[in-house]
Ligand binder design. Structure first.
Ligand code: SF4
Length: 350
């Protein structure tokens, strides 16, 4: 059983992070924020997939100002991602951003940070201290490893923000290297109670990035670490959101739509299990309620092997057994496999 670390609870717009709140799924738009229509459309699309907080890049004043209209037309909290120029943070807050992500590696003038903190405090907008292994501030003391450098940079920034009477803080310690990321988070949990945002940065294309993220984020989540997650992929952000939920569902940390259990197929299978599983998966995308559905290649072993499933099919030669909670409820002909299984799914959910 996973025992989650108890972190301080903060609000980012309407979303609660930390404390007893469920782990929040985040993503980031890949549109030019200045293209307001495209950004709104992308946010709506990923919100429909379950994205709960979205970050937008703020490279200039026009992007910062665009946040006003983007917020008026979307429903999930918006975080402004700021690099180098603290004035963009001020402008983004003025435009209604629900929170900021600052990188101490590229905004580190205490006076500039103090101005941002003052404005964030007035609006009760949290700041994520977003440490990135690739853009760390110079070390203030000798560090034995990158992870130690990352942790020290975060702690120094926490100290600075607290000295300015600000505690709406969230921290992330992202690296491409999975062991470095894990090490950094494991160390910081004993040094702060602020909520932690997890991610593996620049994780790569869809398949490799999803695996890398699942390993890094998954290990930390299993250890009870993490309050929000983002899967960073060189892919459409909807893939980030669906992958994030798959990670959370695989650890029973969130329920979000159906789970497909499918056997890998082997020489015993009498039907093309892979294409049947793909068709079932496509049909399940229409369903938002949690349900476990199994597609198995053996009529004898299938129901037993997929005993975790709510509903399933075990396929034999020319016919298949539809089962519910491990018990066969009817037998159907091969041509009806998909329709019969989906009918049983609907039946189970009503
Ligand atoms: Fe092979 Fe049957 Fe197992 Fe599928 S369920 S992998 S067909 S033995």
């Amino acid at each position: 059983m996973i025992i989650r670390r108890r972190s301080k609870s903060i609000k980012v717009g309407t979303a609660t992070i930390g404390g007893d709140a469920p782990i929040v799924v985040q993503s980031m738009t890949k549109t030019d924020t200045r293209d307001i229509r495209a950004t709104i459309n992308q946010i709506k699309e990923i919100a429909d997939c379950g994205c709960e907080i979205v970050r937008v890049a703020v490279p200039d004043s026009e992007a910062a100002r665009a946040i006003t209209t983007i917020k008026e037309n979307t429903s999930i909290p918006i975080i402004a991602d700021i690099h180098f120029d603290y004035r963009l943070a001020l402008e983004a807050l003025k435009s209604g951003a629900d929170g900021l992500r600052l990188n101490p590696g590229n905004i580190n003038d205490p006076e500039q940070i103090a101005k941002v903190v003052l404005a964030a405090r007035e609006r009760q907008a949290p700041i994520r201290i977003g440490i990135n292994a690739g853009s760390l501030p110079p070390p203030s003391k000798p560090c034995a490893s990158i992870s130690e450098h990352m942790v020290n940079a975060a702690l120094e920034q926490i100290e600075l923000l607290e000295s300015l009477d600000f505690d709406l803080i969230k921290v992330s310690l992202k690296a491409f290297d999975v062991p470095t990321t894990i090490e950094a988070y494991r160390v910081i949990v004993s040094k702060t109670s602020y909520p932690l945002h997890l991610g593996i940065t620049e994780a790569g294309l869809f398949r490799t990035g999803a695996v890398r993220s699942a390993v890094g984020i998954g290990i930390l989540l299993y250890e009870g670490i993490g309050d929000t997650i983002r899967v960073s992929l060189s892919a459409h952000p909807r893939e980030e959101v669906t992958t994030a939920y798959e990670i959370l569902k695989s650890l029973d940390l969130r329920q979000h739509g159906p789970i497909l259990i499918s056997c890998p197929s082997c020489g015993r299978a009498e039907v093309d299990i892979i294409s049947l599983a793909e068709s079932v998966d496509a049909n399940l995308k229409e369903i938002s309620k949690p349900i476990k559905v199994a597609v198995m290649g053996c009529i004898v072993n299938g129901p037993g092997e997929a005993k975790d499933a709510d509903v399933g099919i075990a396929c034999g030669k020319g016919k298949g057994a539809i089962f519910r909670k491990g018990k066969v409820v009817r037998t159907v002909a091969k041509k009806d496999f998909l329709d019969a299984l989906m009918a049983e799914v609907k039946n189970f959910l009503t």
